[in-house]
Design a protein around this ligand. Structure first.
Ligand code: ADP
Ligand code: MG
Length: 388
């Protein structure tokens, strides 16, 4: 990979002398969906697919961006100061946003850079290619300018870039898991206080299979914001009767006792998902630690049902993929992953059943939806870092 990217870098920027090499993964969330902005738990892992970058200082005072994924845009250049969002600058608003945050936080960027990116995560599918390009950019800045920030700060800075510069109101899960990932481990993260532990996930005789629905995102962002809003409203009403900071502070029993305080039945349903999903995530991690992968899979399935019926973020495409997966032999668990309304599902499938899984689920999806899904058998890798 590096050799090829160095050649490309030389083609784009004249020569590749002095270019340093970086990587940030994509991520998949195994369970704990729509809990990260509700002060609940999530259980994501970093993947071995992600965003590669080559970068070096230049002497022109310009920040130059090129992506092999968007070659038609060529090199986009902006002055290496006063980073501003320009819709016409397309994808470069993601790395620019990260630079803006570093400047805001007092880390002064003292030189222009030539940067080349290449990502092998499908864009816009819920594997968080946006967080991946943000985090790899933060690692570039940290390493090339010697900024003294740790990887938790990197995750917070890049989340701020996505929220405030790009206007996407995401929680902390994506950037955190991409910055902090660990090979063969998933991260059990409490989003209320960012405490976390790593849980080993070396699946014996099984694989993690991601099915990408290829559904265009459409209204995803507005519906995401609507769900956030509904949870906030439910929380505000609950706070009049219980002393909590987040929906994630409640057990199922506590929620059942006070739920009628939430006046709007739809908001009540949304809050129910947030509370139950958080508790389900805690139980799923316990199951995994006890080596009870079957229970882990069952909880994944329950997570999907809750996202489908109470949170209503699945849609026909994701439901078709998951319901077809549930019908397959050798499937330990299957659910939608990411924000929903399109994007991907994640399934744990026994080794011997993977081939039939992709074939059968793929066939049923094509028949019902009219276009094909893509399948990825993925491995869990380390978080963002400089490569040799
Ligand atoms: P997701 O994060 O689920 O993949 P998003 O819509 O949030 O979907 O982010 C996708 C966007 O991130 C792309 O349209 C592009 O603007 C940017 N992006 C991600 N990876 C790259 C890359 N390798 N090169 C350039 N831009 C990228
Ligand atoms: Mg994204």
């Amino acid at each position: 990979m590096k050799e090829r990217l160095l050649e490309k870098f030389a083609e784009v920027y004249g020569e590749s002398q002095g270019a340093e090499y970086f990587f940030a993964p994509g991520r998949v969330n195994l369970i704990g969906e729509h809990t990260d902005y509700n002060g609940g738990h999530v259980f994501p892992c970093a993947l071995t697919i992600g965003t590669y970058a080559l970068a070096r200082k230049n002497s022109t005072g310009m920040m130059n961006f090129y992506s092999e994924n968007f070659p038609q845009r060529g090199v986009v250049s902006v002055p290496a100061e006063n980073f501003v969002y320009e819709s016409g600058d397309g994808w470069t608003n993601y790395p620019k946003g990260v630079m803006w945050v570093f400047e805001q936080k007092g880390y002064h960027i003292t030189s222009g850079l030539d940067i080349l990116y290449f990502g092998n995560i499908p864009n816009g599918s819920g594997l968080s290619s946006s967080a991946s390009i943000e985090v790899v950019t933060a690692v570039i800045l940290k390493e090339i300018f010697g900024f003294d920030v740790d990887m938790v700060q990197v995750s917070l800075f890049t989340q701020m870039a996505e929220n405030q510069f790009n206007g996407v109101n995401c929680g902390i899960m994506d950037q955190f898991s991409i910055a902090m990932g660990k090979k063969d481990h998933a991260i059990f993260l409490d989003t209320a206080d960012l405490s976390y532990t790593y849980a080993p996930l070396k699946l014996e005789n099984a694989k993690i299979v991601i099915a990408c629905s290829n559904k265009k995102r459409g209204l995803a962002d507005s519906k995401y914001n609507e769900r956030r809003c509904q949870c906030e409203k439910a929380l505000a009403e609950l706070k009049t009767v219980v002393n909590i900071n987040n929906l994630g502070d409640l057990t199922e029993e506590q929620f059942e006792e006070v739920k009628d305080t939430i006046s709007d039945p739809v908001n009540r349903q949304r809050a129910k998902h947030a509370v139950y999903e958080n508790q389900r995530t805690i139980r799923a991690v316990e199951a995994l630690k006890a080596n009870d992968i079957a229970l882990f899979g069952k909880l994944m399935n329950e997570s999907h049902v809750s996202l489908r019926d109470d949170y209503e973020v699945t849609g026909i495409e994701l439901d078709t993929l998951v319901e077809a997966a549930w019908e397959q032999p050798g499937v330990i668990g299957s659910r939608m992953t990411g924000a929903g309304f399109g994007g991907c599902t994640v399934s744990i499938v026994e080794d011997s059943a993977v081939e039939a899984f992709t074939e059968e689920v793929g066939k049923k999806y094509l028949e019902k939806i009219g276009y094909a899904a893509d399948f990825y058998v993925v491995s869990i890798g380390d978080g963002a870092r400089k490569l040799d």
